[in-house]
Design a protein around this ligand. Structure first.
Ligand SMILES: Nc1nc2c(ncn2[C@@H]2O[C@H](COP(=O)(O)OP(=O)(O)O)[C@@H](O)[C@H]2O)c(=O)[nH]1
Ligand SMILES: [Mg+2]
Length: 328
């Protein structure tokens, strides 16, 4: 562990604000590792966040999310907007194929200083991926990126809840039997602002669009603005300008209504909760080391020596030195 140096913290802070790619890359990596000095830099950067438009791109594996991201980057660069990308693949530990593929695919943007791409995978069993991802978004925001694209697989699966911290959520679906059912199942309509039917060069697009429209009609009882549907062929950059337009439209809608602030609040909540979970779990884990760690407790629960509630109450008592007032 290196000593914290106020001068170095100040220097890094300045370099991020000046848009240094190298410093930003190092800072994001150090934040993943929860290095104390990096956290100090991030604390100072916080007042400089909130300017970027954060776009979440989600959908099933293979739907074409990375290809859509790639095409969107080109589209935004044409509009002279700077872009940051955080790609998360929780299924791919460390050197996963998907991330490697994404790297190669996005290589053509690598020499463009207006594009910053960061891939992340699951690190360790205590999670922290979601926290690291929202931290990375904050850094890219502070460095002055106009648009930040966050690619994740699926929704509502704990670690990938980072998606709910986006301003605009694009769900990528593909034409074909069963997708509409899948869509309902995974609750994507609850979170989608825009539906992109990608691989629109395949058969069944009209049918999928009709199905999705019908579903939107059926679920159109609330006062949320209607979800827009865009058809894309990401590999050929077809429909990508329409997708960028739909994102822009949603962004101005957010600005005109209270929804924009609601989402900023939600992002703050996600960051707070994720950080608290991670820190508390780490504290608990350290505290229980002498008893064999969390694993030993899990084993005792499995072997019916104790139950999960009593175990957690005991852990909280140890951590706070007080009886757990949250007993139910
Ligand atoms: N036919 C067709 N293939 C596509 C399209 N978009 C992506 N693909 C292909 O689908 C595969 C998965 O794409 P990828 O972007 O990695 O999907 P992800 O897992 O959702 O990120 C790749 O082989 C892409 O070339 C499209 O619009 N049409
Ligand atoms: Mg991908």
């Amino acid at each position: 562990m290196s000593q914290q140096d106020p001068k170095r913290i100040e220097k890094k802070y300045r370099e991020v604000l000046d848009g240094s790619d190298v410093t930003v890359a190092r800072l994001i990596r150090d934040l993943e590792d929860e290095k104390a000095e990096a956290v100090e830099v991030l604390k100072r950067l916080h007042p400089h966040t909130g300017r970027a438009h954060v776009v979440g791109i989600t959908g099933n594996p293979g739907a074409g999310k990375s290809t859509v991201v790639d095409a969107l980057i080109a589209q935004y660069r044409k509009q002279e907007k700077t872009v940051g990308v955080v790609a998360i693949d929780p299924t791919s530990p460390f050197s996963g194929g998907a991330i490697l593929g994404d790297r190669i695919r996005m290589q053509k943007h690598a020499v463009d200083p207006g594009v910053f791409i960061r891939s992340m995978a699951t690190r360790g069993h205590l999670g922290g991926l979601c926290r690291a991802a929202v931290d990375a978004v904050a850094v890219l925001d502070a460095m002055g990126r106009d648009v930040i694209l966050v690619e994740t697989v699926g929704v509502g699966q704990g670690e990938v809840d980072v998606i709910t911290s986006a301003h605009t959520i694009v769900v990528v679906v593909v034409p074909g039997l069963g997708d509409e059912i899948q869509a309902i199942k995974s609750g994507i309509l609850e979170i989608a602002d825009i539906l992109a039917i990608n691989k629109a060069d395949r058969s069944g697009v009209e049918r999928t669009e009709a199905d999705l429209n019908l579903m939107l009609d059926l679920s159109g009882k609330d006062d949320r603005p209607r979800i827009s549907i865009v058809k894309t062929v990401a590999t050929k950059s077809k429909g990508i300008d329409e997708l960028a337009d739909a994102i822009k439209e949603h962004s101005s809608l957010l600005r005109k209504t209270n929804e924009g602030f609601r989402r900023t609040l939600r992002r703050a909540e996600v960051r707070l909760v994720e950080l608290l979970k991670e820190r508390m779990l780490k504290r608990a884990s350290a505290e229980l080391k002498e008893f064999g760690g969390l694993e030993a407790f899990a084993k005792r629960i499995a072997e019916k020596e104790t139950d999960p509630y009593s175990a957690v109450e005991g852990i909280i008592e140890r951590l706070t030195g007080q009886p757990d007032k949250g007993k139910i």
